[in-house]
Design a protein around this ligand. Sequence first.
Ligand code: HEC
Ligand code: HEC
Length: 322
Amino acid sequence: MKKTAYILIVLIIILVGGYSYIQLAFPKVGPAPEMLIEITPERIERGEYLAYNVMLCMDCHAVRDWSVYGGPPTPGTEGAGGDRFDQSMGFPGEFYSRNITPAGIGDWTDGEIYRLLTTGVKKDGDPIFPVMPYLNYGKMDPEDIKSVIAFLRTMEPIQASHPESKPDFPFNLILRTLPQEATPMPIPPKEDQIAYGEYLLNAAACADCHTNFEKGKYVGDFLAGGRVFQSPDGSILRSSNLTPHETGLKNWTSKMFVERFKIFVDSTYIPQAVKPGEFQTIMPWAMYAGMKTEDLEAIFAYIQTIEPSDNFVEKYIPASGK
Ligand code: HEC
Ligand code: HEC
C-alpha cells in the first residue's frame, strides 16, 4: 500500500513539474523585435498581393463560403476572421481565425505582429495553432513580411470578435513546444526560376495540404498528396499528388498548370454554386487564381524538379447514403 502511495506521489510530482516546465519554458522564442515599419506604396502593393493571392491571410482570416466552389471568402469578411477549425474536421481543439484588421490588432506593435507571423507567438506570449503556416513564414524574406504588415495597417477596420480558441488536452501543451526562432532567407531573383518557385511554394504553404499528414505528423513523400480532409458532412477529400510522376503532374505542361488556376479569375466561373453532397474542395482556387502568371510558372518549374512519387490518390469519396 505504502509503496503504491509513494509511486503515486512521485508520479504527481513529475506530472505537475512537467506541466509547469512546459508552461513556463515554452514557447522558446525571444521577445518581439523593436521595429517601426515604414508604410510605402511599394510595400502596400506587395503586401496586398501576398495577403490575398500567395500567403492567403485573407482566405483564412474571413468566413469561407462553402456554398460556392472552392469556398472563397464571404465578401466583406476578408481580414475580419471568424473561420472555425474544429474536431469535426479532425483538428485537436476549436480554433477561430482572428480579426486582423486594425480593429483587431491595431494595438499590436509592428514587432509583435512580425514575431507572430514568423514564429507563431502572440502579443501575450502564448502560441497559436499551426494551421496558420508560421513556420513557413519564418523562412521568408523579412521585406515580404514587412510588406504584409504595412498592408494590414492600411486595411479598413472591421468590428468583429470571435470566441477564444480552445486546444484540447494534451495538445495545449504540445502547442507550446512548436514555435521556433525564424530563419529568414532572401527572396531569390526571378531569373533563378526554380529557386524563386520554391520560395513561393513555401510562402503559399502548398506542401501543408499536399503532403500526407497522419496523427499530427507529415508522412510520405514531399508534395505526394493524399492528405485526408474530413468534412462535417462525412465526405472525404484528399489532396492531389503534385510530384512529376504519372500519378501526379508528370503529363502536365506549364500552360495547363497556369490555366487550371486562371480559370477561376473568370467571373462567369465563380461564384459557382455547390449543393450539399456535391463535390467541394478546400483548395483555395479563387485566391491563388490572382497569382501572377510568372509566379505560377515558377512554382510549376520548381515542382517539376522534385522527386517523383508513385502515389495514386482517390480525391473524393462522397458521404455515404447522401
Ligand atoms: C490556413 C489558415 C491561416 C492562414 C493562411 C493565415 N492565418 Fe493567421 N491565424 C489563423 C488562425 C486559425 C489563427 C488563430 C489561431 C489560434 O487562436 O490558436 C490565426 C492567428 C493570427 C494572428 C493572431 C491574432 C490574435 O489576435 O491573436 C494574426 C496577427 C494572424 N493570424 C495574421 C495572419 C496573416 C497576416 C496571415 C498571412 C500572412 C495569416 N494570418 C495567414 C489562420 C490562418
Ligand atoms: C488548404 C489545402 C490546400 C492548399 C493550401 C493547396 N492545395 Fe492544391 N489541392 C488541395 C486539394 C484537397 C486538392 C484536390 C481537390 C481539387 O482538385 O480541388 C487540390 C488540388 C490541386 C491541384 C489539381 C491537381 C489535379 O490533379 O487536378 C493542383 C494543381 C494544386 N492543388 C496545386 C496547388 C498549389 C501549387 C498550391 C500552393 C500554391 C496548393 N495546391 C495549395 C488542397 C490544397
